[in-house]
Design a protein around this ligand. Structure first.
Ligand code: C2E
Ligand code: MG
Ligand code: MG
Ligand code: MG
Length: 284
C-alpha cells in the first residue's frame, strides 16, 4: 500500500516502528486545527448563525426559518457544521456552543420584534449531547423570558432519541412545558419508529431531503404521501427539506405538503441577507 509509510523511530528505540497512513495523518491534523480553532472561536466571534427560509407552499410566503451554524476560519473561510459538530460533540464543546446558539437565536428573534419579520418562527437544532447539560433548561427558560415563546422551535433528529430515551423524554417534556415548539428533523431516516410519534409531543415533521431528491420516482412519492398523511392524521405540521426545483415543489403542492425548505427558495443566509430576502419578495 503506497499510502502506508513505515518509520523507524530513532527516539523510541530500535524495535519501535510507527505505522501510519498519510490520510490518517491529514485527518488528525485537520482535527487538531479544528479543535484549536473552535476553542477560541466563541470568544473571537467566528461562529455565525445562518438562516434558511421555511416557505408556505400555498402562498409562497416565508413563514419561518431554521438557524444553521457556520464556523468562519480567518484563514480557510467558511466551515460547514458537518465538519465540526461531531467533533464538538466528542469533546462536549457542543455544550457551551449550544448555549451560545440558543442565546444568539434569541437575540435574533428579539431584534425582529416590531419589524416586518416579527411573525417569523425560528428553529434551532439541538444535539443529543446537549441533553447532558444541566444548564439546558435554565438557558431555554431564560431565552423565552425575553421573547414570544412559541416563536422558538427546537429540531431534534431521531438519532437523538435512540439512547437514554426515558431521560431524554423527561427533558423534552420540559421543552414543551416551557411552551417551545418541537420538530422531528430528518424524518424517515435512521430508525424511524412510530412510537416516537406516539410518545413525544412533536408539533412538526420534517421530511428528510433523501425522499425529496427523486420525487419523480413513484416509490418516493408514496413515502412522501404517507408522511404527509401521518402528519395530517396526527395534526402535525409538515415541512419538506431540500427542495431544489420547481418540479419537486409542484409534487409537494399536489400532495398537500404545507411548507418547504430548500435551495429553490434560498440557501441558509447571514442574518442581514436573510432579512433582505424576506423584505424583497416572496419565494417564487
Ligand atoms: P439539518 O438540521 O437537517 O439541516 C438541513 C441541512 O440541509 C442544512 O445543512 C442545509 O443547508 C441543507 N439544505 C437545505 N436545503 C437544501 C437543498 O435544497 N439542497 C441541499 N443539498 N442541502 C440543503 P447544513 O447547514 O450544512 O447543516 C447540516 C446539519 O448540521 C444539520 O442538518 C444539523 O443536523 C447540523 N447542524 C447545523 N446547525 C446546527 C446547530 O446549530 N446545532 C446543531 N446541534 N446541529 C446543527
Ligand atoms: Mg434541522
Ligand atoms: Mg434535516
Ligand atoms: Mg440533516
Amino acid at each position: 500500500n503506497a499510502d502506508i509509510a513505515m518509520y523507524k523511530s530513532k527516539d523510541l528505540g530500535k524495535n519501535n516502528f510507527h505505522f501510519f497512513t498519510e490520510k490518517l495523518n491529514d485527518e488528525i491534523q485537520e482535527k487538531i486545527h479544528l479543535q484549536r480553532l473552535m476553542s477560541s472561536a466563541l470568544e473571537e466571534g467566528h461562529f455565525h448563525l445562518y438562516y434558511q427560509p421555511k416557505v408556505d407552499i400555498k402562498s409562497n410566503k416565508i413563514v419561518g426559518c431554521e438557524a444553521l451554524i457556520r464556523l468562519i476560519d480567518p484563514i480557510h473561510g467558511l466551515i460547514p457544521p458537518d465538519k465540526f459538530i461531531y467533533l464538538a460533540e466528542e469533546n462536549n464543546f457542543i455544550i457551551p456552543l449550544g448555549e451560545w446558539i440558543i442565546e444568539e437565536a434569541t437575540r435574533q428573534l428579539k431584534s425582529w420584534e416590531n419589524t416586518p419579520l416579527q411573525d417569523l418562527r425560528l428553529a434551532i437544532n439541538i444535539s443529543g449531547v446537549q441533553f447532558k447539560d444541566k444548564q439546558l433548561i435554565p438557558t431555554l427558560q431564560d431565552a423565552i423570558g425575553k421573547i414570544d415563546k412559541n416563536k422558538l422551535e427546537i429540531e431534534l433528529t431521531e438519532s437523538v432519541l435512540m439512547t437514554d430515551f426515558d431521560d431524554k423524554l423527561d427533558i423534552i417534556k420540559k421543552f414543551k412545558d416551557l411552551g417551545l415548539r418541537l420538530s422531528l428533523d430528518d424524518f424517515g431516516t435512521g430508525y424511524s419508529s412510530l412510537s416516537y410519534l406516539k410518545k413525544i409531543p412533536f408539533d412538526t415533521l420534517k421530511i428528510d431531503k433523501s425522499f425529496i431528491d427523486d420525487l419523480q420516482n413513484k416509490k418516493d412519492q408514496s413515502f412522501v404521501n404517507m408522511i404527509v398523511t401521518i402528519a395530517d392524521e396526527l395534526e402535525l405540521d409538515v415541512v419538506a427539506e431540500g427542495v431544489e426545483n420547481k418540479e419537486q415543489l409542484e409534487y409537494l403542492k399536489r400532495m398537500k405538503c404545507e411548507q418547504y425548505q430548500g435551495y429553490y427558495c434560498s440557501k441558509p443566509l447571514p442574518a442581514k441577507e436573510f432579512e433582505a430576502l424576506f423584505l424583497d419578495h416572496t419565494c417564487h
